[in-house]
Design a protein. Sequence first.
Length: 94
Amino acid sequence: MELGKKIVKIRKDNNLTQEDFAEKYSVTRQTISSWENSKSYPDLDTLVKISDDFSISLDVLLKEDKKMIKNISRLRARKSATLGCKMEANSRRA
C-alpha cells in the first residue's frame, strides 16, 4: 500500500479530518491532501512523529510504497551524478 493511502487510513481510523491532521503536524490541509494523493511526501521528522503518535513502525509506513522508493532512488542518483560532476570540475581546477 502506498504511503498516501496509509495516511488516509491512519487519519480516518482515528476519526481525524484533514484539518485536524494538518493542525497536529503544523501543515496545511492542502499539504495533507497532497500526501494522501501521493503528490508529495511528509519530511522525515513528520514521518517519525506520525509513526510515534500512532504506534506504527517506520518500516511499515515506508517499505511497501514502491513508487516513493523509486522517486527517492532517482533523486539520490541525480544528486550523486551532480556531485560527481562538481568534484570532477574542481579537480581540474586544482
